[in-house]
Ligand binder design. Structure first.
Ligand code: HEM
Length: 137
């Protein structure tokens, strides 16, 4: 492979690496399927509306933007701070741990490239922890 081709590979966004629109949709669906079906996520599930369909759409749209893909979600939603959005939800250590656990399983189920899965984990875990601190403040 020549230098130019290497460069193109190096510049692929996480969104492309994970598999684009279809993959972020599957990620959101897997996450909410797990939350809905696995009783170990009961406390987290109880924080959500009975109908998870709007959140499936929103989480998929959020991840597209977050991973460097199309920004449709921001345009549609007007964009908002994800920390502020969670500030009044009363996120606890318990529900944050459930969120991270379900998200890790969803990422793994997607057969995400291991380096990307690791990076997503390293970025999401501190956010989840910060949501707990923010809720306590
Ligand atoms: C720390 C544990 C977390 C808990 C307990 C939690 C809980 C929730 C709940 C209950 C909702 C639905 C709110 C509603 O029905 O109006 C929601 C929405 C959402 N969450 Fe979280 N969340 C957590 C972490 C995160 C993280 C780390 C991210 C991404 C960085 C995230 C991204 C989202 C998005 C994009 C939505 C949809 C917001 C919307 O469309 O208005 N959440 N979350």
């Amino acid at each position: 492979m020549g230098d130019a081709a290497d460069d193109v590979v190096a510049k692929r966004s996480p969104y492309e690496l994970i598999g684009g629109a279809e993959a972020v949709r599957r990620l959101a669906d897997k996450f909410y399927d797990l939350m809905d079906q696995d009783p170990s996520y009961r406390a987290l599930r109880d924080m959500h509306e009975p109908d998870l369909a709007p959140m499936r759409d929103s989480l998929a749209g959020f991840f597209a933007v977050w991973l460097g893909g199309p920004r449709d979600w921001v345009e549609k939603r007007g964009g908002f701070c994800i920390m502020s959005r969670h500030a009044q939800m009363g996120v606890t250590n318990e529900t944050a741990a459930q969120w991270m656990d379900a998200m890790r399983r969803a990422i793994a189920a997607l057969e995400t490239p291991p380096e990307l899965a690791e990076k997503m984990d390293q970025a999401l875990a501190p956010l989840a922890e910060a949501m707990v601190r923010r809720a306590k403040a």
